[in-house]
Ligand binder design. Structure first.
Ligand SMILES: CC1=C(O)/C(=C\N=C(/C)C(=O)O)C(COP(=O)(O)O)=CN1
Length: 456
């Protein structure tokens, strides 16, 4: 098979700062062994997140110059609205500054005290907004999603029996909508199959329950359907995407991922009554329905980014690059979530550092060790991120204790992936020298952003 390359060439570069190990040790101590508290200038390869860290194209940069900054009726807004309607297929669109802006509106509009919001695994901000409005998140993802070693094609699928059970238990009137994430971030960027989307939608329609997608990485999901699901191999991504969205009533979207921008998002739906109510609420939290927390230039860039994201060559390279890193690690026997997801490689820190117990924060310790070894910044997605149980105050102990190596879109080359792989493989060889951490400062909420640690 002939090798392929990026479907783009580089026109501008950002020189990277390469620190010595001693300088990295100092930076690590200054950050309290918390990669969130590292300064970007001290980071060599930044794999903290794929959110907002993507590279824009010359077309997007050029579009900034024609941003219409009118307060109402901006020309740039109409371009964004048109792009969402064409690519996602919804009738109505509200702009928001980013995904959680849309989650705030949706939860305020649809969730009431005592409601249950089922979803295929939780996401931090999504669940936070549902709970802030009195809702209880209920996990209805298939069991396999919680097991890093199980190789399933569509590990993000909804377990229809779990959903049926919940509907029978609490009644459809207590379920304002089902939140279907495409792909599932916390399971390792795992996709949902078209069949499962269709079956979930049919079940919900029978009970008069809406299905709202978390569409953040929907183009990546479409690529997995093209690659793995019978009948989609020859279908262009844009058509797979339209079919996916036809099995939903609306979505929240963080443009900072699959729409290839550094800021932006939207809430979309087909229901006119919900649209009318959201047009009023958007003014309170985001601004006019014709700019929603974005400048005109941001809307221009996102309109272009939406069309660029459905280019078949672009998305194929994007997924293959993540897989290129993942397969090197799998071949080296590194414990990690399988199969490799759409936007990241998730290291199984519990298995990697099997000499540490959970209260020594294995994922935090591994992320710190990785930065010290190579200047690569990753994100802890384990016991620290899971926080404490609201009632008991005890640490939530999630099954998955992961370090997420998140690959920004169109930013790094495969040479950078090789540097990351070499560092992880070297660390694995010396893994029993990696010490656990103790938490010296614990913030009251969302502790993973600001907690401070030291070696124990
Ligand atoms: C699945 C999902 C996300 O992954 C998400 C944000 N994710 C971040 C920041 C991440 O690092 O994964 C958000 C929030 O989007 P926002 O960061 O507010 O544009 C919603 N859904």
């Amino acid at each position: 098979k002939r090798r392929t390359a990026e479907p783009y060439k580089i026109k501008a570069v950002e020189p990277l700062n390469i620190l010595t190990r001693e300088e990295r040790q100092k930076a690590l101590e200054k950050s309290g062994y918390n990669t969130f508290l590292l300064d970007s200038e001290d980071v060599y390869i930044d794999l903290l997140t794929d959110s907002g860290t993507n590279a824009m194209s010359d077309q997007q940069w050029g579009a900034l110059m024609v941003g219409d900054e009118a307060y109402a009726g901006s020309k740039s807004w109409y371009k964004l609205e048109k792009a969402v309607r064409e690519v996602y297929g919804y009738k109505y669109v509200l702009p928001t500054h980013q995904g959680r802006g849309a989650e705030n509106l949706l939860s305020q509009l649809k969730v009431k005290e005592g409601d249950y919001v089922p979803g295929n695994m939780y996401f931090t901000t999504t669940r936070a907004h549902q709970e802030l409005n009195g809702g209880t998140f209920v996990d209805v993802v298939i069991d396999e999603a919680h097991d890093p070693d199980v190789e399933v094609d569509f590990k993000g699928n909804v377990d229809l029996n779990k959903l049926k059970t919940l509907i029978a238990e609490v009644g459809a009137e207590s379920i304002p909508y089902v939140c279907v994430a495409v792909t599932v971030n916390m399971a390792g960027g795992q996709p949902v199959s078209m069949d499962n989307l269709r079956e979930t939608y049919d079940l919900c329609q029978k009970h008069g329950i809406d299905v709202m997608y978390d569409a953040t990485r929907c183009v990546e999901n479409a690529y997995f359907i093209k690659e793995r699901e019978q009948g989609y191999q020859n279908m262009p991504i844009k058509d797979i995407l339209l079919e996916m969205f036809s099995y939903s009533d609306g979505c929240t979207m963080s443009g900072k991922k699959d729409a290839l921008v550094n800021i932006g998002g939207f809430l979309a739906m087909n229901d006119e009554e919900l649209y009318t109510r959201s047009r009023e609420l958007v003014v309170v939290y985001e601004g006019m329905p014709s700019y929603g927390g974005m400048a005109g230039r941001d809307m221009e860039a996102m309109a272009k980014g939406i069309y660029e994201s459905i280019d078949d060559h672009y998305i194929e390279h994007r997924i293959q690059q993540v897989r290129y890193l993942g397969e090197q690690l799998m071949d080296a026997g590194i414990p990690m979530v399988r199969p490799v997801g759409g936007h990241a490689v998730y290291l199984d820190a519990k298995a990697f550092l099997d000499h540490l117990d959970r209260e020594q924060y294995p994922a935090q310790a591994l992320a710190a060790a990785l930065y010290l070894d190579s200047g690569v910044r990753a994100m802890e997605r384990g016991i620290v991120s899971a926080g404490r149980n609201k009632e008991t105050g005890e640490n939530n102990i999630p099954k998955l204790e992961m370090v997420r190596l998140t690959i920004p879109r169109r930013v790094y080359t495969n040479n950078h992936m090789d540097v990351v792989a070499d560092s992880v493989i070297e660390l694995y060889r010396k893994r029993h020298q990696i010490k656990g951490l103790k938490m010296d400062y614990e913030p009251p909420t969302l502790r993973f952003f600001n907690a401070r640690f030291s070696p124990k």
